[in-house]
Write a protein that binds this ligand. Sequence first.
Ligand SMILES: N[C@@H]1[C@@H](O)[C@H](O)[C@@H](COP(=O)(O)O)O[C@@H]1O
Length: 236
Amino acid sequence: MRIIKTKTYEEMSAIAAGIIGGQVLLKPNCVLGLATGSSPIGAYKDLVKSYEDGILDFSEVRTVNLDEYCGLDDTNPNSYRYFMNDHLFDHVNIDKANTHVPNGHADDLEEEAVRYESFIQSLGGIDLQLLGIGHNGHIGFNEPTDNFPATVHTVQLTESTINANSRLFERREDVPTQAITMGIGTIMKAKKILLIAGPDKAEIVEKACFGKVTPEVPASVLQLHPDVTVILSAEK
Ligand SMILES: N[C@@H]1[C@@H](O)[C@H](O)[C@@H](COP(=O)(O)O)O[C@@H]1O
């Protein structure tokens, strides 16, 4: 595991965008696993800039997102599909048909979970998975529990996650209580993993990187992955 500490959010974002951009340059038709949240916004901005500067070409890139809220449709500004379009996909030459987010408003969420998992594997797996981390150590929406879920599944969000995410909603009661997420197994199958986090996550990042490997701190499983880079910024 490589751990990089940066002074600023901008520096963290630039390094993360460099790693993601490097992956695109190395393998133009790579499969990128993408994340939402405040942490990756700067990196997405830098990727858009590299595209505008003619450095990056996304025309063959495929993407699979980590997770999605249940019950929000794609036009809802709080849905992760909307977030991805808004922060990245609408601003680069990616083919929207090559961008994938689990369908949180599917009629049958169990069926959707099975479909999304096998779809990811049918792409040949994920070349580089970008992650943020929750205050309770969740990755994707894998909340602390007593096992590491293997595949895409639906979850009941914890109070702590609902509280943290309510900052982005008008009212706390608007925050969905369920989500669909890649499993820990899905994430661990990625060839490379890049986790980025701000200073409010310093404590949980330390626990995840140096503490006991336990599903009570889902991100601690990353200690068992052969190619993980963690970037932690000292400033928001
Ligand atoms: N499901 C997402 C996670 O994938 C993300 O890592 C986390 C941290 O977000 P932020 O970067 O905003 O702290 O938020 C949400 O819960």
